[in-house]
Design a protein around this ligand. Structure first.
Ligand SMILES: [Zn+2]
Length: 118
């Protein structure tokens, strides 16, 4: 059996993420040059955990912000744009361009929670 490497999310998941994030970058709001950003990096050995390529681990981001996340890990972790293992993407709120923080679910739902709860 040939080892099959899943390198990224399916087109269906990408479409869910695009819809959920309103077709705009989660950090700067641009609608240009968008890509899918992984909050928890796929890491070595590829996507072993199934949630790696599910909607709550993915954000719509432009290429500039996608690079910014890697250059500014501390701020990215604070905003939930990046998630540090062993935390799971569903446990960490994400800041969007409206300044509010949202919880994401694997099926592509984005809901507000009380920010003060943190
Ligand atoms: Zn951006």
């Amino acid at each position: 059996m040939k080892a099959r490497r899943r390198t990224g999310p399916t087109d269906v998941v990408k479409a869910i993420v695009y819809e959920r994030d309103g077709g705009a970058c989660v950090r700067c709001g641009t609608q240009q040059d968008l890509t899918i950003h992984h909050r928890v990096n796929r890491g070595m050995g590829g996507a072993r955990e199934e949630w790696i390529n599910q909607a709550h681990n993915l954000l719509l981001a432009c290429r500039i912000c996608n690079g910014w996340f890697e250059d500014n890990p501390r701020k990215s972790y604070e905003a939930g744009w990046k998630v540090r293992r062993p935390q799971l993407p569903g446990e960490v709120l994400v800041r969007y361009t409206d300044g509010r923080e949202y919880q994401l679910t694997p099926d592509g739902v984005r809901s507000t929670t009380v920010a003060a709860a943190r």
